[in-house]
Design a protein around this ligand. Structure first.
Ligand code: SAH
Length: 358
C-alpha cells in the first residue's frame, strides 16, 4: 500500500465525511489555541513583516481546515489595530496529500478576503520539500504528524493486530519507532530549510503520555477495530491473512520522543511543549447540548465509530475492499460503546511550539 496515494480523510460533506465527523479534532484545535496565540504574537511582534506566509500542513477538508489560519490572521490584525500598524499581507498555503478533497476547501473559501489574504492549496507530502528555502514564516499542523510516510517494514509478526498492541512483539514496536524517527527527523530538516530565521512552528500530535509505545492510551482505539476485523475473520467474512497483513501507518509519540528528534536535528529551539487530553466521544466534551451537528448523536459508540471511519475508511478499502466497511464499523461501534461504558477513553495530544534558530 502506498500511503501517499491511499491516505486521505473521507471527502465531501456526507454522513461519513471527515467534514461531518471531526468535532474531536476541532476540540483539540480549540484547546491548543493559547499556544498558537503566543507563537504568532511573538512571531509578528519581533519582526513586523509586511508579508506573512502561513502554511497549515495536513489541513484535510471540513470546518477545521480554515480554523487555525483564520485565527492567525485575526490575531495579527488585532495587534496591528492596537498598534496603529497597517495589516500585513497574508499568504496562506493549505497542504495535504493529493487524495484530499481540495475542491470542497476551495468552494468554502471566503469570497471577500479584503484584498490582503491569498489562499492556495498545496498537494504533496510534508515528508519532503514543499516550499523554496527561507520562504515561510509559520507552519502549523494539528493531528496530522502521527501519520507515517509508510507502513513500517518488518511487521510480519504483528498477527491479529493492526497497530502496536500489548501483544505486539518488541521488533514490531521497534519498527514503528524507527519509522517515526526517520519521518519526523526528515520533516524537521525540510521545514528548517523552508522557514525564515526566527520562523515558527506549532505542531500537535495525536500522541501518548507513557514511555511505552504499546500503552493502552494510544493503542486501544485501534485494538478495538482489530477486534471487529478479527470477529469478521472468525465468521469467514474476511480472510484471516488479510487482517494479519494490515497495519495502520501511524505512530503516536510521547513528548520525550518528539523532543529527542528536535534536539538531534538541531535547527529549532523549543518554546513550549504541552500534553492535553480529550474524550473519544464529542458528546462527552463540552459540545454537550451545544452546536453538535445533526448527524452526531448521544450514542457515543456511533460518534467514535463515525470519526474513525472518516479517518480510516480509505486505508481499509484499499486493503479489504469496500464490501466489508459497513459491517466492520457496525461491529466497531458496538465494541466501542461497550468499552466506553466501562472505562475512561481519551486521546492524548502533544503540542510543541518551535522557533527556527537564526
Ligand atoms: N488538521 C485537520 C486535519 C487532521 S486529519 C484537523 O485538525 O482537523 C490529518 C490530515 O493529515 C489528513 O487530511 C491527511 O491526509 C493528512 N496527512 C497525513 N499524512 C500527510 C503527509 N505526509 N503530507 C501531507 N498531509 C498528510
Amino acid at each position: 500500500m502506498e500511503v501517499v496515494q491511499v491516505l486521505h480523510m473521507n471527502g465531501g460533506v456526507g454522513e461519513t465525511s471527515y467534514a461531518n465527523n471531526s468535532l474531536v479534532q476541532k476540540k483539540v484545535i480549540t484547546m491548543t489555541k493559547p499556544i498558537r496565540e503566543e507563537a504568532i504574537t511573538k512571531l509578528y511582534t519581533t519582526s513586523f513583516p509586511a508579508k506573512l506566509v502561513i502554511a497549515d500542513l495536513g489541513c484535510s477538508s471540513g470546518p477545521n481546515t480554515l480554523l487555525v489560519v483564520s485565527e492567525f490572521i485575526k490575531i495579527v490584525s488585532n495587534i496591528c489595530k492596537k498598534l496603529g500598524n497597517q495589516s500585513p499581507e497574508f499568504q496562506v498555503f493549505l497542504n495535504d496529500l493529493p487524495g484530499n478533497d481540495f475542491n470542497t476547501i476551495f468552494r468554502s473559501l471566503p469570497r471577500d478576503q479584503g484584498g490582503h489574504c491569498f489562499f492556495s492549496g498545496l498537494p504533496g507530502s510534508f515528508y519532503g520539500r514543499l516550499f523554496p528555502s527561507k520562504s515561510v514564516n509559520i507552519f502549523h499542523s494539528s493531528y496530522s504528524l502521527q501519520w507515517l510516510s509508510q507502513v513500517p517494514e518488518g511487521l510480519e509478526s504483528n498477527k491479529g493486530n493492526i497497530y502496536m498492541a500489548s501483544t505486539s512483539p518488541p521488533c514490531v514496536l521497534k519498527a514503528y519507532y524507527q519509522q517515526f524517527q526517520t519521518d519526523f527527523s526528515f520533516f524537521l530538516k525540510c521545514r528548517s530549510e523552508e522557514l525564515v530565521a526566527g520562523g515558527r512552528m506549532v505542531l500537535t500530535f495525536l500522541g501518548r503520555r507513557s514511555d511505552d509505545p504499546s500503552s493502552k492510551e494510544c493503542c486501544y482505539i485501534w485494538e478495538l477495530l482489530a477486534m471487529a476485523l478479527n470477529e469478521m475473520a472468525s465468521e469467514g467474512t474476511i480472510e484471516e491473512e488479510k487482517v494479519d497483513s494490515f497495519n495502520i501507518p501511524q505512530y503516536t509519540p510521547s513528548p520525550s520522543e518528539i523532543k529527542c528528534e528536535v534536539m538531534k536535528e538541531g535547527s529549532f529551539g523549543i518554546d513550549r511543549i504541552e500534553v492535553t487530553d480529550v474524550n473519544w466521544d464529542v458528546y462527552n466534551n463540552e459540545f454537550k447540548g451545544g452546536n453538535v451537528s445533526q448527524l452526531q448523536s448521544e450514542d457515543g459508540g456511533y460518534n467514535v465509530a463515525q470519526c474513525m471511519r472518516a479517518v480510516a475508511e480509505p486505508l481499509l478499502v484499499s486493503h479489504f475492499g469496500e464490501a466489508i466497511i459497513d459491517e466492520a464499523f457496525n461491529k466497531y461501534r458496538r465494541i466501542v460503546a461497550d468499552r466506553m461504558a466501562k472505562e475512561k477513553t481519551e486521546f492524548i495530544n502533544v503540542t510543541i511550539s518551535l522557533v527556527r534558530n537564526g
